[in-house]
Design a protein around this ligand. Structure first.
Ligand SMILES: Nc1nc2c(ncn2[C@@H]2O[C@H](COP(=O)(O)OP(=O)(O)OP(=O)(O)O)[C@@H](O)[C@H]2O)c(=O)[nH]1
Ligand SMILES: [Mg+2]
Length: 309
């Protein structure tokens, strides 16, 4: 009898903005570790989500969507992804089933082709949004892109998946595991992410603030947690954390949108974020949100550093 060896390694999920990388990360991990939204450029830094299986451990590195950079922020995000790719064991290239393979995908495919030697699994996401015939066509188009940029062998695998209804999520996991090196687990059992708490808190506020806003605002929003401190004088069995968070936008008009009439929108953002942060931290919190204008921060190197980029 041959004994199965334990495998463990790093997988970077890449793809165009909005391709479904973060949603797939959460589905594979089985819990929310990355925020998601219908707006492109939701993910702004790499997030590690950890998949624990009896036979393997996958450390998923969810990345910001890759695109032709138009701002300094866009450039930084692309550089971040390039750095990440040089350190992983395999790459999951996400392409949505419901959008034709386009120049944006080809741009990324060519960058991946330059990293010869690392297996690239093409993952056709959002399979639930198309019928079988359209899915088959898309799988062929994606396969063709693989042979076009990588030559004869093409992608290491091509797998359709729907993170929304769970279709083939286990298959994606199996395929990625098959490309991992033999290794003992790299993270302790039960750890689902290695994100610091403050980063998760900032992300949950950003997710709540992105809900329902118009298209140009999301890119202009940055969220920084100033402090998380226990409220003094609380009974031990009923603690309260004071969480102070700044939301930065680029223009006064955007500040007005975030705050809403009479502060109504900010209150709604606050109560939505508070619920998800309390679920994350397991204690009650008092969430204090402040909206500030940092003019054109996406283009200003000094401000980018201050905001954590
Ligand atoms: N129907 C359906 N929608 C999906 C699926 N996966 C993701 N979505 C939706 O697609 C949108 C983008 O998903 P994200 O996971 O945030 O995409 P992303 O690739 O991480 O985007 P960026 O971080 O902006 O690069 C969200 O509205 C998701 O709900 C899926 O399997 N089926
Ligand atoms: Mg994302």
């Amino acid at each position: 009898m041959t004994e199965q060896k334990h495998r463990a390694g790093f997988v970077s999920l890449v793809g165009r903005p909005n391709a479904g990388k973060s949603t797939l990360t959460n589905a594979l991990v089985g819990q929310k570790v990355a925020i998601t939204s219908a707006k492109p450029q939701t993910t702004r830094h790499t997030i590690r989500g950890i998949v624990h299986r009896p036979d393997a451990q996958l450390i998923l590195v969810d990345t910001p969507g890759l695109h032709r950079p138009r701002t300094l922020l866009g450039q930084r995000l692309n550089d971040l992804v390039a750095d990440t790719l040089s350190e992983v064991d395999a790459i999951g290239f996400c392409l949505p089933a419901n959008e034709p393979v386009g120049p944006g995908d080809r741009f990324i495919a060519n960058q991946l082709a330059a990293l010869r030697g690392r297996p690239v699994v093409a993952v056709v996401t959002k399979a639930d949004l198309v019928d079988r015939a359209a899915l088959a066509k898309q799988l062929m188009a994606v396969t063709a892109l693989g042979t076009e940029v990588l030559g004869e062998g093409g992608w290491a695998d091509v797998v359709p998946v729907s993170a929304a209804d769970g279709f083939q999520v286990d298959t994606v996991s199996d395929v990625l595991v098959s490309h991992m090196p033999e290794s003992p687990p790299l993270y302790p059992d039960g750890e689902l992410t290695d994100e610091p708490e403050a980063v998760m808190v900032a992300e949950l506020v950003r997710e709540a603030a992105l809900e329902g806003v118009r298209d140009e605002l999301p890119h202009s929003l940055a969220v920084v947690v100033e402090e998380i401190v226990p409220r003094e004088g609380r009974p031990e069995d009923n603690p309260l954390l004071d969480v102070r968070v700044n939301l930065y936008v680029e223009r006064p008009s955007q500040k007005a949108i975030i705050i809403g009439r009479g502060g109504s929108r900010l209150r709604e953002v606050g109560s939505n974020a508070r619920r998800s942060i309390e679920a994350l931290l397991g204690t009650r919190i008092y969430l204090d949100l402040h909206v500030k204008v940092a003019k054109d921060w996406q283009r200003d190197p000094k401000q980018l550093v201050k905001l954590g980029f």
